[in-house]
Design a binder for this molecule. Structure first.
Ligand code: GLA
Length: 719
């Protein structure tokens, strides 16, 4: 049992593999954070529960003679507003008389044997060794009850949390803030790491010293966003890739969110993550309840790589669905954009034959009268002018050439110039009496309405039912700007999950690839439904190094999609070697974003080679530990490796960025191997001991040009 209740001291001890989280009940009244860090055995946990008097910090009513008791100084697991804690609250509620005060007192606990699911929101599965602590807090006056859930994964260093607010009073209330987690760390000796970006430059790493006051990451866009991923980490100042403490926090949610860190006057650090409280208000009637999404908290004492491997293993084991096949695809977007017809597709598809490609994905432009991005979203029936033989005709071309068929949709959107809009203008999100705001000339369907969600399910089903289709690319190419109510963005996300839940249940064999102008909605909740996501609209191999490196901090490489595209690259104009493009794309779910017709004979041979290599590589990638070896944000180069779980096989990907004339001796040191094993370089037959590879390393060659990519494949020597 990883949850221990110390009766004498009123302390809950949650133990992971190498970590401990301690929660106390101060004076049988207030739920207080005591400790989060390296695993410990504690003789007298009540020693950790201390308060001291502090000027200007108010005390609860009953503590007139005990000035040292103040919620402003007591660390808290669920701080509320208006009862003396001036730091950020985890929960705020407006009552009928205008009061926002909540005095939440400890009212008991339960230990559950089953991890509860969250209504309408995806959450992680339990594994074989998971226990749940439920703590109940109550406000006597309003009769608001709060349930805090802590799911402890005993064999990992993972705790997931969420909160339920129950209105047990006799008046309606309004929730204006409800965090999925809140806890206080005992000091502020941290750097803050966040994943920043924009369209075509997602999840770049930014590390800054944590300062006093409030630091915040958030999205107000109705999606988890390109700009700031719903993830942050607190790192000890001396933490590196391989050593030191890290606390990683990731929200299982796809809409507007906030992650907040507050360093207070006593230099303690409050950490919160949850749905955005900006422009949020959720009415809760008598007897109703509100459930927050789940937050994942990972502790690592093995640096950033230690944290990432925890996230990867957890998501592989408890989040990502296993029933899908992830094929090697060729996608026609960068090959044709909107300008295709049957003849062009036929040539493209037949030129993919024999290359080892498994699926053809028909991207945007096949429906309505869509010849550019100004019309037809919502009209999910085939454009007969472009495709007189319908999608069935394209499916036939695929079949003839031994490929499976995949199709692009952007189901959550509507164009003003569409039959759907002409029939149902009210389906588009809009602020009454104001004109529409356009983004990529399109509007967003109002998924907070059930009939709109059902329209989407129906429209997609009608297409899919007629076709033998194995793959959908699900795009989302704008954010929600016209939030006409304070519930809209959360209701929208619930609507989206309803649609995805229904479709994935109805079509359990169709793999949905997520996309939002690339990686604009790369979060664990989307990954639950769409187990791979088009990582970025930037397909340039060098830019992808940064994007994939940053993404790998949290998300397993098997959730990313990487495609080889042509050069000069369409986004950057950069010319990179074909081999390098392959090496970078093969570090994710592999495919091509080009017309194979344009390939030279030599390149076609390279494609055959790449798809063959990838088939073996994929078996390793899907069953490996990922190690980052060289950080591209350092400037010179980038390297990472996939080490099969049994350590018998290793792939190493290295890319030099700009070359230099110096004849340097550059040794690439590997990680995570078995130091006692002998490994053979499959290409050269050269043998190395594991300890040599992990200490002395391999000597990189002189690079012949910029952007040189090298892939090493080592196997355990059987002789
Ligand atoms: C988005 C996607 C692209 C492509 C286009 C089509 O930008 O990220 O891959 O599908 O839409 O319009």
């Amino acid at each position: 049992m990883s949850i221990t209740y110390h009766v004498q001291s009123n302390v809950f001890q949650l133990d992971g593999k190498n970590s401990t989280y301690l929660i106390g009940v101060y004076d049988n009244r207030f739920l207080t954070s005591l400790y989060y860090g390296k695993k410990l055995e504690i003789l007298n946990p009540s020693r950790l529960m201390v308060t001291r008097e502090l000027g200007f910090s108010p005390s609860p009513h009953e503590d007139f003679y005990k000035r040292y008791v103040s919620l402003d100084t007591l660390p808290s697991e669920c701080p509320s507003f208006g009862y003396g804690d001036f730091r950020i609250p985890a929960i705020t509620i407006e009552q009928n008389d205008g009061s926002r005060c909540l005095d939440l007192r400890y009212a008991g606990y339960e230990i559950l044997t089953k991890k509860p699911s969250i209504k309408g929101i995806p959450s992680l599965k339990e594994d074989d060794n998971c226990d749940t602590l439920k703590i109940i807090l109550k406000d006597k006056l309003t009769k608001v009850e709060v349930n805090l859930y802590y799911n402890v994964y005993n064999d990992r260093d993972v705790i997931t949390r969420h909160m339920i607010i129950r209105n047990k009073g006799d008046e309606k209330i309004n929730i204006t803030k409800a965090m999925s987690c809140s806890f206080d760390l005992r000091d502020n000796n941290f750097n803050l790491l966040q994943l920043i970006g924009c369209h075509c430059e997602e999840r770049h790493i930014e590390v800054t010293p944590l300062r006093h006051g409030i630091s915040k990451i958030e999205s107000r866009r109705g999606s988890s966003s390109h700009m700031l991923n719903p993830f942050f980490a607190l790192l000890r100042k001396d933490t590196t890739e391989d050593v030191g403490e890290v606390y990683g926090i990731n929200l299982v949610y796809s809409g507007s969110y906030e992650g907040t860190i507050e360093v207070d006057q006593r230099h303690t650090t409050r950490v919160q993550m949850g749905i955005s409280s900006f422009d949020f208000s959720w009415p809760l009637d008598v007897k109703e309840s509100f459930e927050t999404p789940e937050v994942v908290m990972v502790y690592s004492n093995g640096g950033l790589n230690g944290m990432s491997q925890q996230f990867h293993n957890l998501y592989n084991d408890c989040l990502l669905k296993k029933q899908y096949y992830h094929p090697i695809v060729v996608n026609n977007w960068e090959a044709t954009y909107f300008g295709f017809d049957e003849e062009k597709l036929d040539k493209l598809i037949s030129s993919a034959k024999g290359l080892g490609i498994e699926t053809f994905v028909l991207d945007d432009g096949w429906f309505g009268k869509r010849n550019n991005d100004e019309s037809s979203l919502g009209d999910w029936y085939v454009n007969k002018e472009k495709l007189p033989h319908g999608l069935e005709g394209v499916a036939e071309m695929c079949k003839k050439n031994g490929l499976k068929f995949g199709l692009w949709f952007e189901p959550e959107m509507i164009s003003e110039d569409s039959d759907l809009y002409r029939a149902h203008p009210d389906y588009a999100i809009k602020i009454p009496n104001r004109p529409h705001l356009y983004s990529r000339c399109q509007l967003v369907l109002d998924l907070s309405r059930k009939e709109v969600c059902d329209y989407i399910i129906d429209a997609i089903s009608k297409v899919v039912d007629k076709l033998d289709i194995s793959y959908i690319k699900w795009d989302f190419n704008r954010n929600i700007s016209e939030t006409y109510s304070k519930q809209l963005t959360h209701k929208y996300v619930l609507g989206l999950y309803y649609v995805l839940e229904t479709l994935t249940k109805k079509y359990p064999k169709i793999m949905i690839e997520g996309c939002s102008g690339g990686g604009g909605r790369f979060d664990p909740a989307m990954l639950y439904y769409t187990p791979q996501i088009w990582t970025s609209d930037d397909s340039d191999a060098i830019e992808r190094l940064y994007i994939q490196y940053g993404t790998s901090l949290v998300y397993p490489p098997t959730t990313m999609v990487g495609h080889v595209s042509v050069t000069p690259n369409h986004q950057t104009g950069r010319v990179t070697p074909f081999k390098t493009r392959g090496i970078v794309a093969m570090s994710a779910n592999f495919g091509y974003e080009l017309n194979p017709q344009v390939l030279t004979e030599q390149e076609r041979e390279m494609v055959k080679d790449q798809t063959k290599t990838y088939r073996n590589l994929k078996k390793v990638i899907y069953n490996s530990d990922f190690y980052r070896l060289r950080n591209p944000f350092g400037g010179k180069d980038c390297a990472w490796s996939f080490v099969r779980k049994d350590k018998k096989e290793v792939y190493v990907m290295y890319v030099r960025i700009l070359n230099s004339a110096t004849n340097e001796f550059d040794w690439l040191v590997l990680k995570g191997l078995d130091s006692k094993k002998i490994y053979v370089n499959v290409e050269t037959n050269e043998k190395f001991s594991g300890s040599e590879l992990m200490s002395a390393g391999i000597l990189l060659p002189r690079h012949p040009y910029d952007f040189n990519g090298i892939m090493y494949h080592f196997k355990e020597d059987k002789e």
